[in-house]
Design a protein around this ligand. Sequence first.
Ligand code: CMC
Length: 428
Amino acid sequence: MSDKAFLDLNGEKFELPISKGTEDELAIDISNLRSATSGYITLDPGYKNTGSCESAITFLDGEKGILRYRGYAIEELAEKATFLEVAFLLIFGELPTKEQLEKFHKDIKSHCIVDDDVKKILDAFPKSAHPMGVLASLTSALTAFNPSSVNVESEQDMYNAIVRILAKFPVLVAWTLRKKNGLPLDYGDKSIGYVENTLKMMFKQPNEEYEHNDVMIDALDKLLILHADHEQNCSTSTVRIVGSSHAGLFASISAGISALWGPLHGGANQAVLEMLEAIKADGGDTKKYMAKAKDKSDPFRLMGFGHRVYKNFDPRAKIIKKSADEVLGQLGVDDPILDIAKGLEKEALEDSYFVDRKLYPNVDFYSGIIYRAMGIPTDMFTVMFALGRLPGWIAQWREMRLRKEPIGRPRQLYMGETYRKFTEIEYR
Ligand code: CMC
């Protein structure tokens, strides 16, 4: 195989190096294209064919349905690791030893107090505000209470920023829910695990003892692990590009939250549940909604189906589907929505429209059903996704800064008006 590609432009031949990844993926390196060809750029809306960086964090093969964090299979991590172990793995590259994990957790716990003044900001939001908007704003506000710039040359500085955001983020997540539910805010319990504490902060009632539920802890641990990273998706690319201007970690994460909010990305988990509810309210006629999804004159899409990269199956969806059955069974929840989801999936997998376009259920198709069984309101689903994605965003931001990547600044092909002489207002 050649290690060069050749571009023939108006009879002139240009040589472009080929880069090969550790999993044998191939890329044509066009980083010098514009200068070598005096002005040509490539055009790739939606970046469907564009690699924006080299990365050693997550590998996914959409054709084979493979997802690995730092080389470890998602199936094994979801089965055997805790969310905090996975966070350490993603951010620092190796699974932690027992001592490293204990220190990591201890350091996180030492930063878990959010400045009390942040409550004033939260107070200003109406109860009806969407939790993702609130979470993005509060995360951004954290920059005002914490050093906004990190000295990336200092390992200690970088580490401090990382444990700080990992500590404060679950507090903000819980406060977002408690504000919505009109419950008093608190700062959690340092004596328990990270995920356990997150659930306690979310659900503790002021007038009764909180009872831990192992099924909920395990289910959330697994969901967070499955969402923890997914290489250069929309929100992660946002975090990297915002961070590439040397904006601080919290500001970059806040931008990532906004990107995640959209229904084509993380917002899909909320959209899936709303869709399933609508189908149920409409008599459970899945065929009608299948027809709508296939009708090009109808904007309706089967939410939770399709993926930019997975063209076989989403390995996370397989794990979540199994988990949904188990969790609902263990929690004693009988949700007719789960049957509608399974029916819809079965029909889609046998329908040529979906088969031909390689549209399979994605991670969000079943996650909302589990969140609902746990008592988490629909508009909080994407917030839970953000909590899971946090270590991935941190890892990607850290990698981008350590690699001293240049500021992200794509080009464009201008298609607007050419020069026009200005017309005074009275002559327009
Ligand atoms: N329902 C019906 N048709 C679909 C769907 C769907 N969910 N997804 C894609 N298609 C069709 C689309 O209309 C197009 O058809 P045609 O070739 O006839 O024009 C073809 O499939 C290719 O679609 P695309 O929009 O070009 O594909 P994409 O890679 O740009 O988009 C996607 C990927 C995930 C945005 C899209 O599949 C979608 O909108 N899915 C529903 C939303 C969703 O579940 N998003 C969560 C993604 S996974 C979690 C995450 O990333 O956060």
